[in-house]
Design a binder for this molecule. Structure first.
Ligand code: GDP
Ligand code: CA
Length: 331
């Protein structure tokens, strides 16, 4: 079976750990990772979601923080602050820096982000879950999510990372823009993987800044709509709140209700020009199943908290179960 997952960072990476545990050895897992969180910092290309997926599946992640490397130190960051540089709100650890140095070096040599990613992933793959997953950036072209907001009474547009990390998502969201998306092309392999998939999964990644940019890359939404595989998603919202992160602030800012059902309707049914055939909500949100189904999306209520390896694996099994039923029953 060929499984394609459209992923952001933490939510997607955790789900992938469960998926790798749930699938059979012959199954092929491809992850298409959001790159619209990426930014240039001190001349380095930083790709937060690619690195979270790589470190998480490669056993290099700091599990306490949920991002960055294990046993990290912060000397370079403190030195940069001592030089008076302003961008030290972003957590660049010393070990993590090596990843960004290598990636940036390859990009300057004229390699693509896909090629640089292959080289980085190659280090972590042997003997880890990462070895079971093909990692594709959504695009080799630069796309950056910017947030129109108001800071200290002044309207401004800032990079998503500045909104999230520097401001802790405590400034209002007036609009979200995927800068560069019109001219971005899907990275090599992305459209083919979707077309050849038996199942396409939207894990519980942020709908606006993780899944949103991937789907907005020209050609990806059309590929999802014409795929022969069912597209099944997992709600990142449980009981009206994001489990982790800032999905609620973004949804509210864009006028989408913060609920599992509203996120499904935001993505829309494939039968109505959207991208979803199936959707999982948490058992706490069982009252939303009917509303999702009336939008033309098959919906089930199952436990969605990825608390530990067992619950995460069960969630992946439930996704594959719903996808299997959709395939058997036709859509
Ligand atoms: P990011 O790029 O690091 O923000 O990660 P993602 O976009 O992949 O995932 C972030 C989303 O994952 C947030 O909106 C969370 O609500 C959601 N999330 C995190 N942990 C869980 C969980 O255990 N269960 C569910 N259902 N969602 C989760
Ligand atoms: Ca992200």
């Amino acid at each position: 079976m060929k499984i394609v997952v459209v992923s952001g960072g933490v939510g997607g990476a955790r789900f992938l750990q469960g998926l790798v545990a749930a699938v059979a050895p012959a199954d092929e897992v491809t992850v298409v990772v959001n790159t619209a969180d990426d930014l240039w910092l001190f001349g380095l290309r930083v790709c937060p979601d690619l690195d979270t997926v790589m470190y998480t599946l490669g056993d290099g992640i700091d599990t306490g923080r949920g991002w960055g490397r294990t046993d990290e130190t912060w000397n370079a960051k403190h030195e940069l602050a001592a030089y008076g540089l302003d961008e030290t709100w972003f957590g660049l650890g010393d070990r993590d820096l090596a990843t960004h140095l290598l990636r940036s070096m390859r990009l300057r040599e004229g390699r693509t982000l896909s090629e640089a990613t292959d080289e980085l992933v190659g280090r972590w793959s042997p003997g880890t879950d990462l070895g079971r997953v093909r990692v594709l950036p959504m695009s080799d072209d630069e796309v950056e999510t910017h947030i129109a907001t108001t800071v200290d009474g002044t309207d401004t547009v800032i990079h998503f990372q500045e909104f999230w990390i520097r401001h802790g998502a405590r400034v209002p969201v007036r609009a979200v823009e995927y800068r560069g998306i019109e001219s971005a092309r899907p990275a090599p392999g992305v459209l083919d993987a979707i077309a050849a998939a038996d199942v396409v999964v939207l894990p519980p990644s942020n709908p606006i800044v993780s899944v949103g940019p991937v789907v907005a890359v020209p050609g990806v939404a059309a590929a999802l709509r014409s795929a022969s595989a069912p597209v099944v998603g997992v709600s990142p919202i449980i009981s009206g709140a994001a489990v982790r992160g800032m999905a609620d602030q973004l949804l509210t800012g864009l006028g989408v209700e913060v609920s599992a059902g509203a996120v499904a309707r935001h993505h829309g049914a494939r039968s109505a020009d959207g991208i979803l055939d199936g959707w999982l909500v948490d058992t706490a949100d069982a009252d939303q199943v009917a509303g999702v189904e009336s939008a033309g999306i098959s919906c089930r209520a199952v436990p969605l908290w990825m608390r530990d390896p067992a619950t995460t694996r069960q969630l992946a099994t439930d996704v594959l179960g719903l996808a299997g039923d959709l395939r058997d029953g036709g859509r």
